[in-house]
Design a protein around this ligand. Structure first.
Ligand code: ADP
Ligand code: MG
Length: 208
């Protein structure tokens, strides 16, 4: 079972990984955006860690809601509302639970993906964070349906997210700032897909 402390560990680990990758994420965004993705994610996750330090959360829903609201309110770029909505929808689905079984973890993550879709309207192949997140959650569902554990499912999800991130390189951007570049967006890895692959990799280390 995945409890409140496991979800807290996920967020703290992600904050650390974002800090380690801050410059790399910003460098990716400098090629096809406005060179702030690492800065945006770092600002948001630093505020999330401060909120975790300051608060006491009895349910996964309460914790994830605080995370989502913090990201929406502290990150100015597109990624703030997108990641924020991910965690707000995750929160609604997790609800009052104090722990989630593997199927419930998958369901909450998928609700998060649906929030990203509702917010940004990304479609497959648009060269966004969707292209890492959607295949990751498909891989998780497939692994769990085949009798795999949450650890196995999230490991498969992490591998699919990495492949999805790499697959953004040849894509032509159709959403977000990178879409303004048209053909010049081809040949560059999407920053949001890169941070999303890190989110799933840290989930695989902390949630099971
Ligand atoms: P901004 O583009 O406002 O500077 P960031 O640089 O923090 O924000 O985030 C850029 C990332 O956000 C992109 O790499 C992409 O993955 C993601 N993104 C942008 N627009 C959308 C959208 N409409 N749907 C899904 N993801 C998007
Ligand atoms: Mg940017």
């Amino acid at each position: 079972m995945t409890d409140v402390s496991a979800v807290t560990a996920w967020l703290r680990a992600f904050a650390g990984v974002v800090e380690e990758n801050k410059d790399a994420l910003t460098a990716l965004d400098s090629a096809i955006g406005d060179a702030d993705h690492g800065i945006n994610m770092s600002r948001g996750m630093t505020a999330v860690v401060a909120a975790l330090d300051a608060g006491q959360f009895d349910t996964i829903g309460a914790l994830a809601k605080k995370v989502g609201m913090t990201l929406v309110s502290t990150v100015g770029g597109a990624s703030g509302p997108l990641y924020g909505t991910f965690f707000l929808r995750f929160a609604t689905t997790a609800g009052e639970a104090t722990s989630l079984d593997p199927a419930e973890v998958a369901k909450a993550l998928r609700a998060g993906l649906e929030g990203v879709v509702a917010r940004g309207r990304p479609e497959p192949g648009d060269k966004t964070m969707y292209d890492a997140l959607a295949p990751a959650l498909d891989a998780l569902d497939t692994a769990l349906a085949g009798g795999g554990s949450l650890a196995e499912g999230l490991q498969a999800a992490s591998e699919a997210a990495d492949a999805g991130r790499d697959a953004t390189i040849p894509m032509l951007a159709r959403k977000g700032r990178a879409s303004y570049l048209g053909e010049r967006s081809v040949g560059h890895q999407d920053p949001g897909a890169t941070s999303t692959a890190l989110l799933i990799a840290t989930a695989a280390r902390t949630l099971p």
